[in-house]
Each structure stands twice: as C-alpha cells, then as structure tokens.
Design a protein around this ligand. Structure first.
Ligand SMILES: Nc1ncnc2c1ncn2[C@@H]1O[C@H](COP(=O)(O)OP(=O)(O)O)[C@@H](O)[C@H]1O
Ligand SMILES: O=C(CO)[C@@H](O)[C@H](O)COP(=O)(O)O
Length: 500
C-alpha cells in the first residue's frame, strides 16, 4: 500500500509516494514562478500550481511503476494564508495573493481598530498580520470591487489543488487557522469574525480535521493523472503543521525549524495557549491539538536571492555547494559583517512590512564568502528571535529538528546550532511537509490509530549537530548587536521603502 504526499511550496510542488512502512519509493518536484508586480506584492498563478501538480503525479506514477489501485490515499500540504478567489463557474478571479505579500497594512489597521486587540484574540487567537487571508479579502473589496462582487468561493492554495482533484470546497483546521477568520480554540470558522468583517460565511470551504476524508479523486482527474477514481483525499495541513508532522514535532518539548522560503520556529502544544502579546501565531495542529510558531518571511529565500539575483544574474551558474564551501572557510561572525534578512519585510517579531534587508559592517577585507556566511547567520539570528519568545513563554525546548531546503547544508545547520546554543537534529524523513501529508493520508485510511502513533513508528533522528562552545559565545555577543539594528534602522526602512 502506498500514500501520496503533495506539498504545494512557494518555490515548487513536491510530490512523494510513501509505503505504509514509511519508505519513500519515489518523488518529484516541479517549480513555478512567483511574481512580484510591485514592491511588497507577491503572487502566483493557481493554474501553474495545478499544471505542475497533475504533471508531477502522472510522472511519479509512471516512474515508480506502482499500480494506481495500491495508492490508497492522498494528503495535501501547502503554503499557508494565500487567497484564491473563484467565481460561480469556478474560474480563478485574480492571481493568488501569497503569504508573504505585504500590501494589506491598511486593512490590518482597520481590522485591529474595528475589533480591538482583545476581541480579535478572543475570536481568532491571533492578531491581524499582512500575510493573513482576511486582510487580503478586505483589500480586494476596496481595490477590486469588480472582482469582489463575483466571488463565490474562497480557497487556500493547497485547497485549490483539492478542489481540482475532488471537486470539493474544503480545507483543514491547521490551514484555516491562518486566515484570521477561524476560531482556533474551538476549531471551526468564527461566525463572529466573519460577521464583524461582513464576509459571507457561505464563501468559506467546509473545514475538516487533518486526517479526515474530504473527498475522492474524480474520473476526469483519474484520466489526467493515472490516479484511481475514488482515491481518498484527506484534510492535510498548512505546510508548517504538515512539516511538523513530517519531523515528528507532535509533542511538547520538541521544537521544529523550517528553513524554506520562509523560516519557522514551531512548538507543539497539548493545550490551546495564546501568547498574550500575540508575538507568536497560535494555530491548530494537524494532530487534533495546537501549536505556536514564529515566522520569518525570508529565510532560505535570502540565499536564493543572493544566488539568483546577484551571483548568477548574468547567466553564470555558480552552485549552492560552491558558495557554501566558500562560506565555510570564513570564521564565525563573518569578520563583523551582519545581514538583516528582511527582504520582504518581517513578520515575527516585528510585524513590519516596511523592514528591508541590509548588510552592516562591510569592510575592505570582505569577499563573497563573508557575504554568503553573513546571510546564513542573519537568517539564524532571525530564527533565534522566535526561539527567544518561545523560551520566554516557558515552552520547553529539549530538542530542535530542522527541515526544508536550507537544511541540506550542514554548514547552515552548524550555524543554527551555534546561534541557538542547542543540538540541531535531522530526521530520517527529509521530505518534511510532503511526508507529513502522506502520514495524514495513512492515518485517514486507517493504517495508524493517530498521527502520534504514525510518527513514533516512522520518524527517527538520524543526524545531529552540536553547538561549538567558542562559536556559541561569540554569536551571543553578535546577537545583542543584531537585535538592536532593527530598532536603529526602523525609520530609515520606512523612508527607503517608499522610494521607487
Ligand atoms: N544545497 C542547498 N543548500 C542550502 N539551501 C538550499 C540548497 N538548495 C536549495 N536551498 C534553499 O532551499 C530553499 C527552498 O526550500 P524549500 O523547503 O523547498 O522551500 P518552499 O517549501 O518554500 O518551496 C530555497 O530558497 C534555497 O535557498
Ligand atoms: O506564512 C507562512 C506560515 O505562517 C509560510 O511558512 C508559508 O506557509 C509558506 O512557507 P514555505 O513556502 O516557506 O514553506
């Protein structure tokens, strides 16, 4: 028996086929573009997602040679918060507005002023942030009334794929948590919040727990992909909850770090807990419980920007490996060069769409290796900001498990261990969110009693990096400087962000 895990990431869709014993028998990944039509805007075309996904599924089935009858279930994971709008004929009305899009500060201010912080926390467990879905809906109402009046359905990115697979409008509790329209404590849409913002309840997809069956593969999709008609599709999760399942971060004490386009520090919670200052997001987890997390808008994306936009700008093809090798030759703290990773503004801890990336401390001795290393360190310092809040809330941090594209680099994992001052582990399942989604499908089909049983059977730590004392002390000193830089530059960021 096999289970298909689909993770609709920001850079690519990753699809894996997993045996019931956790063995990954095949995988495929297909990229699609992100469009930045204006500074701070970030969009993708939902049709690109679907084309990549259907082609990927077909290829994977052919490549692995499995009988479609043996694929017993599908789990979906995906980039969170993105707004997909459908009209009455299910046509996509606008490019999807993504999680890292920053155009909605005015709408966030409106939401906070209209409801007040206390009511907002009571209804949703969270504060209004530019990346969340509700302010995006209000933005469309104000700036694209022509589009707004045609809306019939609102979906999150992975749920658009679900719709294409099953014809059902559905989502899961972990992804719904990131809309700011969800009652996280009671795991259902917040009627109060929808009413307060005057958003019709019937636009929202039906909400399920992550392991529940939400629909079945249609005949058309079966013909298109090679899947079997009637294969179950379970709720799945937002990519962070799915990634946490994929690393076994399902009980208190384990903290996971995702080094993807975004950077996330995620702590599983047995009970619903809200950070009173709303510095962390409080969301439903995919195991029937809850979690808190801090999110950086640009993490491994900073390294990708450095390679794509600067190093290889003129068509050269210098690899990640080459650049990371150069960075490995540079001493910790990059000879006094500090990078602030706010290339798309920042969410945790500043909630500031105007924050900008910066290099501080450049001097004549620095070369390309110093800059690459400073990027790795700046991202790790940004993640430490979230870890510090988690510690302040007395959430135990016994173990840190890292995943995502950036975790492929052992140097970056060492930098993380040194800056966090704790051991950083990798698990056997390196596919993170796609693996978590496949686990949810296996639970939904009935192979495992629940997510905990599945993860304790299938996921094992298989590589650990320990902090080096000398580096740890040095980084502690540099972190103090790093923390002050945002406040020193805050006003300047706002000034430069207005320059075209
Ligand atoms: N060999 C590598 N070493 C370090 N980072 C890498 C490497 N290859 C890719 N990456 C980083 O991985 C990121 C993509 O990670 P991924 O987890 O796939 O993101 P997403 O889920 O957002 O699509 C890219 O932004 C890139 O910087
Ligand atoms: O906004 C968040 C979580 O709140 C992001 O984590 C997105 O969910 C996209 O993540 P990646 O593409 O980096 O996996």
């Amino acid at each position: 028996m096999y289970f298909l895990g689909i993770d609709l990431g920001t850079s690519a869709v990753k699809i894996i086929l997993v045996e019931e014993n956790g063995n990954v028998i095949g995988s495929t990944s297909k990229e699609y573009p992100v469009y930045y039509p204006q500074p701070g805007w970030s969009e993708q075309n939902p049709e690109d997602w679907w084309n990549a996904t259907k082609d990927g599924i077909r290829e994977l089935i052919i490549k692995t040679g499995v009988k479609n009858d043996d694929i017993k279930g599908i789990g979906l994971s995906g980039q969170m918060h993105g707004l997909v709008l459908l009209d009455e004929n299910n046509n996509v009305l606008l490019p999807a507005i993504l999680w890292n899009d920053q155009r909605t500060q005015e709408e966030c201010d409106y939401i906070t002023q209209t409801l007040g912080k206390e009511r907002l926390t009571k209804y949703t467990g969270n504060k209004a942030l530019t990346g969340f879905t509700a302010p995006k809906i209000l933005w469309v109402r104000k700036h694209r009334p022509d589009v707004y009046k045609k809306i019939h359905h609102i979906l999150l990115p992975k749920d658009y794929i679900r719709f294409k697979l099953t014809n059902e409008y559905a989502t899961d509790v972990s992804d719904a948590s990131g809309t700011l329209l969800f009652d996280v404590e009671n795991r259902k849409w917040s009627k109060d919040m929808l009413d307060a913002l005057d958003i019709p309840y019937n636009w929202m997809p039906k909400c399920y727990e992550s392991t529940e069956v939400t629909g079945y593969v249609t005949k058309d999709v079966a013909d298109l992909t090679g899947l079997k008609e009637g294969t179950i599709v379970v709720g799945g999760g937002g990519d962070q909850a799915s990634g946490a399942v994929g690393t076994g971060t399902v009980k208190s004490g384990i903290v996971s770090v995702a080094l993807g386009t975004s950077g996330v520090v995620f702590a599983s919670q047995d009970k619903y807990v809200v950070d009173e200052e709303n510095r962390l997001h409080s969301f439903c987890h995919a195991n029937g419980k809850w979690h808190v997390m801090g999110v950086m808008l640009s993490a491994a994306a900073c390294l990708k920007w450095w390679i794509d936009n600067i190093i290889n700008f003129n068509g050269s093809s210098i690899t990640y490996e080459k650049l990371l090798e150069e960075a490995g030759k540079v001493t910790p703290a990059s000879g006094g060069l500090i990078f602030l990773p706010y290339l798309m503004g920042e969410r945790t801890p500043y909630s500031d769409p105007y924050a900008r990336g910066s290099f501080i401390g450049l001097n004549m001795t620095h070369n390309r290796g110093h800059i690459t290393r400073a990027i790795l360190e700046g991202v790790a310092f940004g993640l430490r900001d979230s870890l510090e809040i988690i510690k302040e809330l007395n959430i135990p941090v016994n173990e840190v498990r890292v995943s995502g594209g950036g975790a492929k680099s052992v140097l970056w994992r060492q930098v993380l261990a040194d800056i966090f001052g704790v051991r950083v582990d990798m698990v056997n399942a390196t596919e993170g969110p796609a693996f978590g989604a496949a686990i949810m499908a296996a639970v939904g089909y009935g192979i495992f009693k629940d997510v905990e049983e599945a993860t304790s059977e299938l996921i094992k730590v298989n590589d650990s990096v320990y902090p080096i004392e000398e580096n740890k002390d040095k980084y502690n000193e540099v972190y103090k400087i790093y923390r002050n830089l945002y406040y020193t530059l805050k006003d300047t960021f706002k000034d430069v962000s207005g320059i075209e």
